[in-house]
Design a protein around this ligand. Structure first.
Ligand code: AMP
Length: 284
């Protein structure tokens, strides 16, 4: 059955309240639409965690800088709704921008600390936009559980922080990154890649995986990063925004891996920016 399309906060609250009266639990999957198998893994996890699933589809203008791809960002509502219908999602929340940012809107939710490096350093506006929109979506829907992808690892850590700090009564569940057969993390922005760039793109995962193995076997971060960066440049990634080994919880850089850690990167292929990350497993 097709999901109910809800375009107002009042409509969302009404639907959720009706489910709650029936004793049902609610799972929320926030997205910017242009749904792919990565998003659908979140939807499947949501269906396993709650009795009813809401997927929000909102291209959030405040997380894009003026020179970024907000206008170009793929919008595929008909396809998205068909995918959500196939997956058995009950509600698609598709608010117009004015429902999220009405005239006079003047509040920003800023998470400090975990947002300082990595994406936060390369895209200074980004986490204010994400923090604000995620807080709003959680408060509008008040789900029991919300699902986020490890693909955007720093975003996941930031959302966990803001939910804890603001006492938002919602469990946050992480879903592992879904990849194409050649290792490339699925992303709506992969649609921007030329045939040649798409051929190069999986090398990012290859290099991160190699680095994670080296770090797990005791290599110093500085050495692994230097070799990884050289391998990325050789593969054709002309620009590297960051390539880092960080504590998996604090996102502080680690010198040598002896706790749970991740290797994270943002790189450019032509005009397209790709991000990815992998966990480091310690050699036993
Ligand atoms: P987006 O629409 O890009 O804002 O992503 C919405 C949610 O889907 C976020 O929690 C992302 O981390 C998650 N996501 C995006 N791509 C993937 C992927 N390849 N695997 C798992 N989750 C993903």
């Amino acid at each position: 059955m097709a999901p109910s399309v809800i375009d107002s906060v009042a409509g969302l609250r009404e639907a959720v309240a009706a489910w709650r009266r029936d004793g049902l639990t609610v799972a929320l999957v926030p997205t910017m639409g242009a749904l792919h198998e990565g998003h659908m893994a979140l939807v499947r996890a949501a269906r396993a965690h709650g009795d009813r699933t809401v997927v929000s589809l909102f291209v959030n203008p405040t997380q894009f800088a003026p020179d970024e791809d907000f206008a170009l960002y793929p919008r595929r509502q008909t396809d998205d709704l068909a995918k959500l219908a196939d997956a058995g999602v009950e509600a698609a929340f598709m608010p117009p921008t004015a429902a999220i940012y009405p005239p006079g809107f003047a509040t920003t939710v800023r998470v400090e600390g975990v947002t300082a490096g990595l994406e936060g350093a390369s895209r200074p506006h980004f986490f204010d936009g994400v923090g604000t929109v995620v807080t709003k979506l959680l408060l509008q829907c008040l789900p029991d559980v919300a699902l986020f992808g490890e693909k955007d690892y720093q975003q996941l850590v930031t959302v966990r922080r803001l939910v804890a700090d603001l006492d938002i009564p919602c469990q946050i569940e992480a879903v592992p990154t879904v990849r194409a057969a050649d290792g490339l993390a699925l992303s709506s922005r992969n649609a921007y890649l030329s045939v040649e760039e798409r051929r190069i793109a999986p090398k990012l995962f290859e290099v991160l995986t190699w680095m994670a193995t080296a770090l797990g076997e005791g290599a110093a971060s500085a050495d692994a990063i230097a070799q990884g960066a050289a391998a990325l440049r050789d593969a054709g990634f002309a620009r590297i925004d960051y390539l880092a080994a960080c504590d998996a919880e604090t996102l502080e850089p680690v010198v040598r891996v002896d706790v749970s850690a991740r290797v994270l990167a943002a790189v450019w292929l032509g005009e397209t920016r790709l991000i990815d990350n992998v966990p480091v497993s310690l050699a036993s």
